[in-house]
Design a protein around this ligand. Structure first.
Ligand SMILES: [Fe+2]
Length: 547
């Protein structure tokens, strides 16, 4: 991603959230780098922004830009929601766009928080249109509604994909009317929530994050009240029953109703604007994105891949570039590969450090592609690490694990070899963009979200065999659309197509259970050594465990 700049000095921004998903971003000589802290300190959802910043700094000092002064220089700090808006709009191909930001909440001035904000981007400026603010914790919040429901189901607070994936197994009708009283559209075009449900379900979380305390008697009363409607709260290790699936389905459906109303309201504020940028943790809900945004009247939708709080640093650094330093903005086509660079020497030192525990063979590019495609086609599960890492929670062909998408038992096979995964969470396919319409129903509106696995599209008949292992129970897949642009990943997909007739692969992230996606060559080798993966490709090297 390039930002045109004549500044010789680096522009540095460092986000320092105190709660989750800290990150850092830096623009050096026109090139933007961004990294989530969890990739550097190996702590999921790490809140230590310095971890990402220090890692970026060390990469530049020792590899690409020797002698560069990387001292931390704080510039303007746009508030949380403006940073989200900037992260979406400034990475978009649009010179004008409406912008929607939805998350749990983000800090605003004088003890206020914002959960929902609407903006208009024009050239290099972003104008505030409307927002939902509350003093202290924002309970009028779609993010907190969804998180409270996920907690009720025994799922993690920050990962929307559990409830979203489980929803496909349920029938919303059972709880539709009850869930309608948890969040509802209001006459002003926005929405309101049942604050008691959010407070009750997430009180332990709010207690640890914000010191919010709930009266025991009140909690017991709320527990009895909600369990009489939705059944008992599920604990993380409890079995998943049909009623949990039905509750998830109703929660997801209601989210889509509220999102549709909000998008319509936003559109009414500037009906001549045909583009939409979308950010905040809710923008990772690929099912809602496809169902609501693909056909909502906008010509094009853009979501940058780190839509949750890890994207804040990117928004801030771009906001400063255009608003503090006067860099001229040019609409861009974003790719997700914003991580720091690793040299060939870095790769070789990591392989050397693994010593005689691995066998590494260096192959010419065409031989590597042939060999990897052949191995995957024969059933192997292979880690694939190339270039700069992806920014955001999805592996998009630079820190991935690849398998045969035809295999209906792919979930079991990958679980056996390295990554235990809940049975209701599907794996996703990467598919060559030029071949995509043969296999999936795609909308031109959603080209950007599909590049980043942020839209769940329905499969066409041809996908039932070719991509069987990646289809969800409802016949959708969270496809990554890979442009045929000559990148090594697109060349691998081409080679796989040549060998098998299938223009795509099953693609999941390279990380052990409970760990963040790998960042460095050493992280990747470590994962190979502790897993049962068949091989690791690290740049031009094909690596296997010895013995
Ligand atoms: Fe946020």
């Amino acid at each position: 991603m390039r930002v045109r700049s004549d500044h010789a000095e680096p522009i540095i921004e460092c986000q320092n959230t105190t709660r989750h998903d800290a990150s850092a971003a830096i623009i050096v000589k026109g090139i933007t780098y961004a990294l989530a802290s969890e990739r550097a300190d190996r702590i999921k959802h790490s809140c230590d922004a310095d971890a990402a910043y220090s890692h970026l700094k060390s990469r530049f000092q020792h590899t690409q830009f020797p002698g560069m002064d990387c001292s931390y220089t704080p510039y303007r700090e746009p508030h949380h929601h403006l940073s989200h808006a900037a992260s979406a709009y400034y990475t978009s191909p649009f010179s004008e766009s409406l912008i929607l930001v939805l998350d749990g909440m983000g800090p605003y001035q004088e003890n206020f928080s914002i959960s929902t904000s609407l903006w208009l981007g024009h050239q290099d400026k972003i104008e505030h249109l409307e927002s939902i603010q509350e003093r202290g914790i924002c309970f009028r919040s779609i993010g907190h509604y969804y998180a409270a429901a996920s907690y009720y189901l025994g799922f993690p607070f920050h990962d929307v994909s559990f409830t979203m994936s489980l929803a496909s197994y349920g029938h919303p009708a059972r709880y539709r009317s009850a869930v309608a009283s948890l969040i509802w559209p209001t006459k002003d075009g926005l929405f309101d929530t049942d604050r008691d449900f959010i407070k009750f379900s997430t009180h332990t979380r709010f207690g640890s994050d914000f010191g919010w305390t709930a009266n025991e008697q009140w909690l017991l009363g709320q527990k009895a009240r909600y369990e009489s409607i939705f059944g008992s709260m599920r604990q993380p290790d409890d079995a998943i029953l049909q009623r949990h699936m039905d509750f998830a389905a109703a929660i997801q459906e209601r989210l889509e109703v509220i999102l549709a109303a909000l998008v319509g309201h936003l559109r009414s504020k500037a009906s001549h604007v045909t583009n939409l940028c979308y950010a905040g943790g809710l923008a990772l809900n690929c099912v809602a994105n496809q169902r609501v945004l693909a056909d909502c009247g906008f010509a094009a939708v853009h979501i940058q891949p780190a839509a949750s709080d890890d994207g804040i640093a990117l928004g801030r650094v771009l906001y400063n570039a255009y608003n503090t330093f006067g860099v001229a903005r040019e609409p861009m086509t974003l790719n997700a590969y914003l991580g720091p660079p690793y040299s060939r020497q870095d790769l070789e030192s990591a392989i050397d450090s693994a010593g005689d525990r691995v066998v590494a063979t260096r192959l010419a590019k065409h031989r590597l592609l042939e060999e990897v495609a052949r191995r995957i086609a024969s059933g192997e599960v292979i880690a694939w690490v190339q270039g700069r890492s992806e920014f955001g929670p999805r592996a998009l062909g630079h820190r991935s694990v690849l398998a045969d998408p035809r295999n209906p038992l792919a979930v079991k096979e990958i679980s056996r070899k390295f990554k235990k995964r809940e049975w209701f969470r599907p794996f996703a396919p990467s598919v060559l963009e030029s071949r995509l319409p043969e296999y999936f129903n795609v909308h031109a509106t959603m080209q950007s979200p599909m590049r980043f696995m942020l839209a769940a599209v329905t499969a066409r008949p041809a996908a039932r065999l070719a991509f069987h292992g990646t289809l969800h129970v409802d016949g959708t897949a969270r496809v990554q659309s890979v442009p045929d642009d000559g990148s090594i990943y697109s060349l691998l997909l081409l080679e796989y197509w040549r060998q098998t007739g299938v223009p795509g692969l099953l693609n999941t992230s390279l990380n052990m259970p409970g760990s963040p996606i790998v960042e460095t060559p050493s992280d990747a080798l470590e994962t190979l050594l502790v897993s049962r993966l068949d091989a690791l490709v690290l740049g031009p090297w094909l690596i296997q465990r010895r013995g």
